[in-house]
Design a protein around this ligand. Structure first.
Ligand SMILES: Cc1cc2nc3c(=O)[nH]c(=O)nc-3n(C[C@H](O)[C@H](O)[C@H](O)COP(=O)(O)OP(=O)(O)OC[C@H]3O[C@@H](n4cnc5c(N)ncnc54)[C@H](O)[C@@H]3O)c2cc1C
Ligand SMILES: Cc1cc2nc3c(=O)[nH]c(=O)nc-3n(C[C@H](O)[C@H](O)[C@H](O)COP(=O)(O)O)c2cc1C
Length: 783
């Protein structure tokens, strides 16, 4: 077999090594345009888990890498004259140059041909090769040559960065967030060998401009950075090596394989440097390719298997890198935070590290985070323990005069079980049990303001006396038997009305027994859905009056809070999104115009709703669709509602149009809550695939939301909050007297369970690299 590899970076060299080990008879050549020791950059960083992989696939190169590495365990965050250190991170840094020399040496040893100073510009010269590996890096000529086939998507990010080095020794992965007269600068720094550290400097475009960095040469840039970070560098110099200021290109390729050619490493996809995964991804691509080549009967099958098997892992890492880079791009959102909360945000930004996880390895740090959170709550007038505070989830909150005992919320969820809009015994048991389960606040399902405002025939409503009486019974039960506050969500289905029950076909039009539907514009949801009637002013007046009348009924029922549903493509949302609002009058066009009617409804309800009771609005903070509402729009929308008197923005997303492309994942809507809360400066509730109390605490402690709603988890577990309270030792959580023996038992057992869990986690912790490094210095056995 003949294999040509274009590019002698980590991806190309490691692929050569693994394939040669697997097929000693194969003729494998790596073509690299640079000289053997001619490499840009300073250090690269690997996590313990990545090193485990290297150990498994090629012990000799692994040993040499680990002999050369600098190991550290801590992450240090410097911000506003404070430093917070968090241990237990297990990383190693190594010089990129040495890494490449090790891989070259190992490849040569195995019989790989390395051809340096050979620029390849046409793959035709490899016509007799069975496999051509395109490992030609971020600016891959071959990916671009076959652009129509690989279909790369290149997203050039806004922040500017440069990669430098220093002689400054560091004992932790170090982030420095530095205020300057021009704006914030960030340094990401780590040591990679004795007396050498990598320094990546990053800033936003406006600060870059104001600081006059444009047009400076490498030396001048280094002097400017040394001026800014000199207090930390302590006389150590900054080193440059092609240290130009650049913008990071986030690259994703639709296809990775073309005939017998395959993209690996940065050529196929990039991951932002802030999670230090570029070289890891490149080398793990090589592993995945080699594995596929080992298993599959033909090259074609192997390449297909490589692409199919590897894509999800790469996309997951890219997603984590995306989330991380967005955090750094918007660091100004958190600039006013308490430094310990800021540091917690840095640590948890890409979702891999959580509150519980940090509690295990940095309990003192988490104790400080809890105290900072508690101090904020105390400052709002709550008489709580600030020295030994409860976890953020169990801290109270006040909206107007409504006090909520904890931050867990039952998200609004249609039960499709009402009879002519009248909630039934099912609803009494449903809401009653979730209230007893301990959540601080529970929401009703979308409760419709008129018969024709319903989504389905099973939707609950609040337009008749009978419905009012049925809701009052439920509210009374909740108030009499729990400490939960109860919010009424009012909505109008708009063009998604007259559709089937969820279990008969969500959003599908009713075949019989339907009713006429209305919307901002006459655009059907599905192509075979009813075409809605475009609302004229008299229809708007009628809808507004229906909302006000339902709000007044809600007050008579005794609800504590009122939410206006302006999300998920229903009537009011259809005004806000440009994808569903094509009106030419003053209710269409600009975002300000599109908000006019929803705000009018909100203001009319606000006037009718008691001043001491809070109101929220649920919005879709993005339509997940080209030309639709974006996170930036959501900030404007939230500000407009806040000015109209909203107390809380309930940040959901999507469900506006059929062809949306949501990016799901754990806590996938939380970034929008973060953006709205910290840019519009309004209280938010986040929701969406949040499934554990650990995630709830992580979100709250990082200041990404004020309340956390859980929908589906509450469908199967009404006592979600009670169980979490037992886990975190929040003994004050309300429990009706009938259930007290159960509460006592779970609290007692939780102490033991938690201890067992922590012991298990600590026992299961693998050997540290420092220990492995000691082993690596033992003489080599023949491999
Ligand atoms: C600022 C910055 C910081 C980073 N920090 C880290 C970090 O801390 N940790 C980490 O793991 N990663 C980091 N990375 C990422 C890392 O450098 C890359 O992700 C990694 O090197 C990708 O490996 P690769 O083999 O795919 O590509 P490359 O390392 O770019 O190798 C491609 C090779 O192909 C050669 N080549 C290109 N075209 C041709 C041609 N036509 N003919 C012959 N040869 C050719 C090039 O000369 C090059 O040697 C960082 C990147 C940047 C920009
Ligand atoms: C069965 C069901 C019914 C729902 N009904 C509503 C509703 O009436 N109003 C609303 O705003 N959201 C509704 N949602 C959305 C949820 O409130 C929540 O935003 C969504 O399920 C994501 O949260 P989760 O991942 O915790 O379930 C519903 C969700 C489910 C699963």
């Amino acid at each position: 077999m003949k294999i040509a590899i274009i590019g002698g970076g980590p991806a190309g060299l490691y692929a050569a090594i693994l394939l040669k080990k697997q097929r000693p008879e194969a003729a494998i050549t790596v073509y690299e345009r640079n000289r053997a020791d001619d490499t840009f950059g300073f250090g690269v960083v690997f996590s313990d888990a990545t090193l485990d992989n290297f150990e498994k696939y090629d012990p000799p190169s692994y040993r040499r890498i680990t002999q050369e590495f600098a190991y550290w365990d801590d992450i240090a965050v410097h911000f506003r004259d404070t430093v917070h250190r968090v241990g237990g991170n297990g990383f190693c840094g190594c010089s990129r140059r040495k890494l490449l020399l090790i891989l070259q040496e190992r490849a040569r040893e195995l019989g790989v041909r390395l051809q340096f100073e050979t620029e390849i510009d046409d793959e035709a010269r490899f016509a007799d090769s069975d496999l051509i590996i395109l490992a030609d890096g971020i600016n891959s000529r071959f990916r671009d040559k076959h652009i129509d086939h690989f279909e790369p998507e290149v997203d050039v990010r806004s922040n500017t960065f440069t990669w430098m080095g220093s002689t400054k020794p560091l004992d932790a992965f170090t982030f420095i967030f530095q205020e300057t007269e021009w704006g914030p600068f960030i340094a990401h720094a780590y040591q990679y060998e004795a007396g050498r550290s990598t320094w990546i400097f990053e800033t936003d475009p406006a600060t870059f401009e104001r600081a006059g960095l444009k047009g400076l040469n490498e030396k001048q840039s280094a002097d400017r950075m040394a001026g800014i970070f000199g207090w930390f560098l302590g006389g150590h110099q900054l080193l440059t090596n092609r240290s130009m200021w650049r913008n990071f290109p986030m690259i994703r390729s639709k296809r990775w394989v073309r005939d017998n050619m395959v993209l690996i490493g940065d050529a196929k996809a990039t991951a932002h440097f802030s999670i230090g995964s570029g070289t890891k991804l490149a080398m793990e691509d090589a592993i995945a390719l080699a594995e596929a080549m080992e298993r599959a009967p033909t090259v074609a099958t192997a390449l297909a298997q490589y692409e199919q098997g590897r894509r999800e892992e790469v996309e997951k890492t890219q997603h984590a890198a995306d989330v991380s880079l967005v955090w750094f791009e918007h660091v100004d959102r958190f600039w006013e935070f308490d430094p310990v909360q800021f540091a917690f945000g840095v640590m948890t930004r890409s979702k891999a590290i959580t509150y519980d996880n940090l509690s295990l390895r940095a309990p003192d740090f988490v104790a400080e985070v809890d105290k900072a959170f508690a101090r904020q709550v105390h400052a709002k007038g709550f008489d709580i323990d600030v020295d030994k505070p409860l976890a953020p989830m169990f801290q109270p909150m006040r909206l107007r005069e409504m006090e909520i005992a904890n931050r867990a919320v039952v998200s609004p969820m249609c039960m499709y079980s009402a009879k002519e809009g009248v909630p039934t015994d099912f609803h009494l048991v449903h809401y009653g049990s979730r209230a007893i389960g301990g959540a601080g606040l529970i929401f009703t399902e979308m409760t419709c303001v008129g018969r024709d405002a319903r989504i389905t025939p099973g939707c609950a409503g609040l337009w008749t006396d009978e419905q009012e009486a049925a809701w009052r019974r439920i509210v009374d039960f909740v108030h009499a038997n729990s400490a939960a506050k109860f919010a009424l969500q009012l909505g109008h289905a708009g063009r998604k009305g007259a559709t089937k029950l969820m279990w008969d076909g969500m959003d599908r039009p009713l075949e019989e027994g339907g009713w006429d539907v209305i919307s901002a514009s006459p655009i059907p949801y599905f192509s075979d859905s009813q075409v809605p009637r475009e609302m004229d002013r008299s229809a708007m007046n009628a809808v507004k009056e229906a909302f006000v009348a339902a709000a007044e009924r809600g007050e008579r029922c005794g609800f504590d809070m009122l939410e206006l549903h302006c999300a998920h493509g229903y009537l009011l949302a259809s005004f806000i999104s440009p994808l569903t609002n094509k009106r030419a009058d003053e209710y269409g066009g600009s975002l300000q115009n599109r908000l006019r009617f929803p705000l009018e409804v909100f203001e009319a309800m606000r006037a009718a709703w008691p001043a001491q009771k809070p109101m929220s609005v649920r919005i879709s903070a993005t339509d997940w669709a080209e030309g639709g509402v974006t996170g930036d729009d959501a900030v404007t929308i939230a500000r407009a509602f806040a000015e109209a008197g909203v107390d809380l923005v309930d940040v959901s997303t999507g469900q506006t149009v059929r062809d949306a492309q949501p990016v799901y994942g754990r806590m996938f809507q939380t970034p929008f809550s973060d953006q709205v809360r910290n840019e519009a400066r309004v209280a938010t509730m986040c929701v969406g695939n949040i499934t554990t109390a650990d995630q709830v605490n992580t979100i709250l402690a990082a200041g990404r939301a004020d309340l956390v709603a859980l929908g589906r988890p509450h469908l199967v577990d009404p006592a979600f909050t009670m169980k979490a309270a037992a886990w975190y030792g929040a003994g004050d959580v309300f429990c009706p007297p009938q259930y007290l023996p159960g509460k006592e038992q779970i609290f007692r057992n939780s102490v033991r369970d938690r201890q067992d869990f922590e012991d298990l986690k600590i026992k299961a912790k693998p050997k540290t690299r420092a220990e492995l490094k000691a082993e690596a210095t033992k003489p080599l056995a023949a491999e």
